[in-house]
Ligand binder design. Sequence first.
Ligand code: KDG
Length: 319
Amino acid sequence: MRPSAVQLDVATYGESLALLVADQVGAFEDVEKYTRRLAGAETNVAIGLARLGLKVGWLSRVGDDSFGRFICKRVAQEGVDVSRVVTDAQYRTAIQLKARAVDGADPAIEYYRKGSAASHLSPADFDPDYFGAARHLHATGIAPALSASTMALAHHALDFMRARGKSISFDPNLRPMLWPSQQVMAQQLNALAAKADWVLPGLSEGKILTGYTEPADIAAFYLDRGVSLVVVKLGEQGAYYRSAQGEGVVPGVPVRQVVDTVGAGDGFAVGLISGLLEGLPIEQAVRRGNRIGAFAIQVVGDMEGLPTRSELEAASRAD
Ligand code: KDG
């Protein structure tokens, strides 16, 4: 029997991976030492929101193995509800390697995730009471890339939340190595994006998904499909936003040193989602997104840099 529903601000679903970050610079085959951390776009966002004090729940499947237990323990330690994470007796928890980043360049990664426990998530894992009790759904383009059943879950979750008038954010999080082709990736992710309220592509992602090169055209592509707000992330330049109410560019937050870019987009999503759920005007929510994105890139791990509420407030006051 499923435990009774928890009242959530934000619900999400997807795969988390045991992340092994190289302790030394170089090719994976030459690295001898790795530090174990946590990866997963959805749990990065869930943890960031929980650090700001929101109630967040995460649906997933993990293997009945040490990495699965590590992931559940680590995510729960951050205050995210893991009561809907299923331990799968048959399939393993996924692993990701990440290279030591050099001079702010995107680090190389390698996945061991095909056929993983989370790739067996399906609509049968979706608890309507749990999701129905949440105000907001955060979805990414990674979970649906894993298998036909995770794609079915993604459509099911977005359709369910949409039918109940909940807000939905969608970050395409392009991972081409998980898709059979760029064309299939674009077509399938655009179909999901059209079911969301807030769509958050990076500029290069928006170009791949829509064929347009300008942020305004990328935004128009999604607004024409019924999305209410599009924010195109522009890296250190900040972010461009557009909705029926207007458009603008919010400049980026400078950082002293970019340590590792992975997780910047998840940090951005934390700021935007929390800001909009708290009723901030779009421009201020985007500003918060830029700020938290800047926190995320100053550390080696994917989510360790995400701020608590007081750290966020201190950084905002320092401006
Ligand atoms: O956005 C950061 C994530 O991409 C990272 O933590 C790992 O979820 C991950 C993935 O599938 O690449």
